[in-house]
Structures are given as structure tokens and as C-alpha cells.
Ligand binder design. Structure first.
Ligand code: PLP
Length: 375
């Protein structure tokens, strides 16, 4: 059997339509040139911009392409906006490191999560009480647990306090509705490679001009209407648009299918390992994500053993640049460290099928038994 790739929250393989669009645009002209080659490249970028703008219900000039979500977070989480000066940043307890470490605020506070990974509204109200013109960074859905945040409810409170909400919609895009109308956010950012587009491209999307950062994202040649200088990544943007187009056409069916597959895997795993702890089980979760721990079995060892068996899943620990550290998300949810070190994440995506879902639990059972025998 081919390998089981169950790590789509890390990155999702390139969709064939995206691959085709990337290849077709690799040789594109410079989108700033006025000749035919330049105009053809420009058309690809503006078509992609219009697609995102239409979906999110804003004018095209409010969509700015970036090198991905990390750049977008680093850029939009700034105190000085075109129409507002934010004084402090409130950061949801489950935010990705590109938010938690990428912002430009001197005054910050972390808003707690409850045991299911949802924002603690008592804590949010208290922190808003100390804030004037705050910015809240709150993700639409968590990459480790899949827990969906009540962004609209939080946004109502933040707006009452005269603030703005920046929503990391990276994991929500194509999986649950994260448009402005659903989230009430003021700024959103997204990433192409989580939906089967190429890596290294994403976008910041603004609900209105007043919430655009006062300073250009990248200073240089004035591209992206002066917000982000640098020759545009035509192939990346075209691939992103092709992936998004497919998500818009097939996403709802894909998610219905993946939810059934995820639920089946969850039921099989908890049946074979009754000691399993499912994280965020009491909260609404992304249909493709299952985060769980098998207490006593270290996640790193299990992930490595499953890899040898041909299964790619992720540990719940934060792993970047080869360093593994305890998950800040699970810690915010009050998960004890000895359980957090056993956290695993399965995240499904467009190519996964039922046969793979059926195969996984027996592979896990075999690996678990081997680890137990060794222990
Ligand atoms: N936000 C979330 C929730 C993510 O899962 C990721 C990717 O892991 C990012 C932001 C960063 O995205 P990018 O790889 O486009 O920089």
C-alpha cells in the first residue's frame, strides 16, 4: 500500500490543477511590464485577487499577496493602521508562533483557553477592561487540535471596546466558513499550501482601508499598490488561485467525506485504545483534524515508528527547525505535560480515502503493541 499521508495541517500536497497553473505561469512575464507578456502575468495576478476578493466580500484592492501567512502576520499585527492606532495586542492562547512571536506590539497579553481549547470569555472581558483601542489576534481554527474559535462573539466584544480583530484563517480556509461575514474579523490572513496550493504564497485581506497597516509590508518597487514591493510571484499566485477555485467547487463535499473519515478513525482509535484522550472533543472542530494522546507512549517515538510503517502523522508538540518543544496550545488548555508529550495529530486532506482510514487503526494497534512490549 502507498504511504498514508495524514499531515495536511502541516502542508497539503499540490492539487493537480494547482500544479498545472504553476507550471503554466513559471515562465510568465514581469507583471509590472506594460508589454503583452507583462499584461498576461498581470492578468493572472488580478484574476487571483478578484477570486479571493469575491469570496471574502471585499474590493480587490483590499487583498495583498504575501510570501505566506507568516509574512502576513508579521505585517498586519502592527499598532499603526491607516485609520487607527492600536495600543495593545491581545493574543489568543492557541495562536501560531507567527502570531505570538511575529507581532510588533510593545504591550501584549495572552487570553486564556478553556479545557476544550476555546477562548475563555471571562479572561477576554477582563483583558478588554484594561485596553483602549486593542487589537485581538484570534485564529479561526487551531492547527494542532482543530478547535474552532468563536471569532464572531469575540469580535463583537472587541468592537465594543473600540478595537479590531485580526484572524489567522490559515487552517479554516476551505474547511469552515471564515469570510468576514462569518467571523466579524477586520483583517484575515491565509496561506496557499494548506489548501493544496504551492508553498511560499498567501494573502492578507482587509475588510476596509482603515485597518491596513500604515507602513508598507515591504518597501521597494511599489508593487501590490505600494503595500508590498518586489516582483510578484506569478506562478505561486496562479497556483494558489487554482487550488482555491477547486476548494470552492469541491470543498463542501470534500469536508463531508473527510469528517466521516475522521469520525471513523476517531471511533476506531478510541475503541482499540480506550485510554486515548481526544483533545477539544467538547468543542466544534475542523472536520479533518483529530488530536489525541495515548498516555504512556511518547509521541515522538510513535510518530517515528509510524513513519517506518509508512504513515505520516504529526506529534502535537511544536516542531520547527528540528527542535521539539512542549505544545504551548495544549499547555494553555491545561493539559498536563506528561499527557502533552504523548499528543498526536492526524489531519486529513483532499487525496485521503476510506481505504486509508480503514488501514490506519490496525497499523497504530501494531505499533502501540510493539512499543508496549518494549516498555
Ligand atoms: N497559522 C497557522 C494556524 C498555521 O498552521 C501556519 C502553518 O503552519 C501558519 C500560520 C504559517 O503559514 P505559512 O506556512 O504560510 O507561513
Amino acid at each position: 500500500m502507498a504511504r498514508l499521508y495524514f499531515d495536511h495541517n502541516a502542508t497539503s500536497p499540490l492539487r493537480p490543477a494547482a500544479r498545472e497553473a504553476v507550471v503554466a505561469a513559471l515562465d510568465a512575464g514581469n507583471a509590472s511590464s506594460i508589454h503583452a507578456e507583462g499584461r498576461a502575468a498581470r492578468a493572472k495576478i488580478e484574476n487571483a485577487r478578484s477570486l479571493l476578493a469575491r469570496h471574502f466580500g471585499v474590493k480587490p484592492e483590499l487583498v495583498v499577496f504575501t510570501s505566506g501567512a507568516t509574512e502576513a502576520a508579521n505585517t498586519v499585527l502592527r499598532p499603526a493602521l491607516v485609520g487607527l492606532a492600536c495600543e495593545n495586542l491581545l493574543i489568543g492562547g492557541g495562536e501560531h508562533p507567527c502570531v505570538a512571536s511575529g507581532h510588533g506590539f510593545a504591550a501584549t497579553a495572552r487570553v486564556a483557553l478553556d479545557g476544550d481549547g476555546r477562548l475563555d470569555f471571562t479572561d477576554l472581558r477582563e483583558k478588554l477592561g484594561f485596553s483602549r483601542a486593542p487589537m485581538l489576534a484570534l485564529q479561526a481554527a487551531n492547527n494542532e487540535t482543530g478547535v474552532i474559535q468563536p471569532v464572531a462573539e469575540a469580535a463583537a466584544l472587541v468592537h465594543e471596546a473600540g478595537g479590531v480583530v485580526v484572524c489567522d484563517a490559515v487552517q479554516a480556509l476551505g474547511r469552515v466558513d471564515c469570510a468576514f461575514a462569518a467571523t466579524g474579523a477586520d483583517v484575515l490572513f491565509v496561506s496557499s499550501h494548506k489548501i493544496g496550493g504551492p508553498k511560499g504564497v498567501g494573502a492578507a485581506i482587509f475588510s476596509r482601508r482603515a485597518v491596513i497597516p500604515a507602513q508598507a509590508f515591504v518597501r521597494g518597487g511599489g508593487q501590490e499598490r505600494g503595500h508590498r514591493g518586489g516582483t510578484e510571484n506569478v506562478a505561486g499566485v496562479a497556483g494558489f488561485a487554482a487550488a482555491f477555485q477547486e476548494v470552492l467547487a469541491k470543498g463542501a463535499d470534500e469536508m463531508t467525506r473527510l469528517r466521516a473519515l475522521r469520525d471513523r478513525i476517531e471511533a476506531d482509535v478510541t475503541a482499540l485504545a480506550p485510554e486515548a484522550i481526544v483533545f477539544g472533543a467538547g468543542a466544534p472542530r475542523l472536520p479533518n483534524t483529530l488530536a489525541f494522546a495515548l498516555p504512556g507512549l511518547a509521541a515522538e517515538t510513535l510518530v517515528a515508528a509510524l513513519d517506518v510503517e509508512g504513515v505520516a502523522i504529526s506529534s502535537g508538540s511544536a516542531c520547527s527547525s528540528g527542535k521539539v518543544s512542549a505544545s504551548a496550545v495544549l499547555a494553555s488548555m491545561g493539559v498536563p505535560p506528561e499527557i502533552a508529550r504523548c499528543a498526536l495529530r492526524i489531519s486529513l486532506g483532499w487525496p485521503n480515502n476510506e481505504q486509508e482510514g480503514v488501514a490506519f487503526p490496525s497499523i497504530l494497534a501494531r505499533v502501540r503493541q510493539r512499543m508496549r512490549n518494549r516498555a
